[in-house]
Each structure stands twice: as structure tokens, then as C-alpha cells.
Design a protein around this ligand. Sequence first.
Ligand code: GLN
Length: 194
Amino acid sequence: TPQIGVLALQGAVAEHERALRATGAEVRKVRRPSELEGLDGLVVPGGESTAMARLAAPVHLMPAIRQRLDDGMAVLGTCAGLILAADTVSDAEALKGFERIRGLGVVVRRNAYGSQLNSFEDHLDVDGLDSPLPAVFIRAPIIEDITSADVEVLAESHGNPVAVRQGKILAASFHPELTPDFRLHQLFTDLSSE
Ligand code: GLN
């Protein structure tokens, strides 16, 4: 049985736990580096990236996650989790001085869908899924640029990439845990088991 953690500092934790259990994974919360031990995958949920970075700082949880990622653990970053996994945040002021995971070769801008599209829903054609996936965007980051040739775009919305994969990192700018369609979580559980 795949062992999957959910970073539980802040944000949409319970919803991810439920979705992951539905995919057959054994799930536990992660708040400190020792709790990463033995995990095949870790979900970094949506919420507020600045709050998560601040809460992770005293125990250096972000570099510990990066270390485990480099050792083969899979990471799913959604919304704020995408921001924490991105190599570059273009409006980095609010995150300045805080460790992040990094490793995903994209440039993201926080809250980029702005006033006209603050929160919205879409149905996405996702590579690897045979019918559209409902997606809820909440003050979502935008993927402005892709900086690694290893990044695959799995889905787009309004002309921008919104789901990407690079090796064992899967990331989405939307909230796959807020809809009852858990196919993205299934892809992640499968990726974690590889
Ligand atoms: N705006 C949030 C941030 O910058 C992300 C929003 C979300 O996760 N729903 O972290």
C-alpha cells in the first residue's frame, strides 16, 4: 500500500486526506521532518504559501521535503503547494527569506488571476485522463514560464499551463481536492508507487 503524507501546517488538509484514501493510499499528516520517513509521496496543499513557509521554517521542513524528493519521494503541489515547489516565484517579496521546496522548473506569480477571475471553475483536458476534469481555482497562481525542458504540461486553462509534471513532481494551480473527482489524486498515488 502506498504511504502518502499531507503537509498539515495550514490549508486544505482533510480534503486531500479523504481524496488520497479513496485512491487506496495509507495517509498521514506531516508537520515535522521525521514524519517524512517511509513516505512514497507527499501532498503540499493549497492554502497560503506565505503562512506555510513561515510555519515550516523553525524545523526546516521545506529543505527536508526537498531532500526526500531528491531521494525519490513524489510530491503533489496544489495551488499554494505549486508556489512552494516552483523554482522561481516572480513576485517573491512576501516569501523573501523563507525556504521553499523548489525543484519544479517553472516561474509562478501568486494571485495572478486577479480581480477579473479571482475564483473560477473550469473543465480541463488532462493528459492521461479520458474525460474532462472539473477544476476549482481560488486566488490561483499562474505559471508564467517554464524553465526546464523536463517539465511536461498536462493541462491548460485560459491559455496557461495549470497542471504540470517534472519527474516525481506533479503540480496544479487549482484545487483537485474540492471536487468529488479524484482522478488527479489517483495519478499521484500511481506516480508515488512507481
Ligand atoms: N494565494 C495563495 C498563495 O499565494 C494560494 C491560493 C490557494 O492556495 N488557494 O499562497
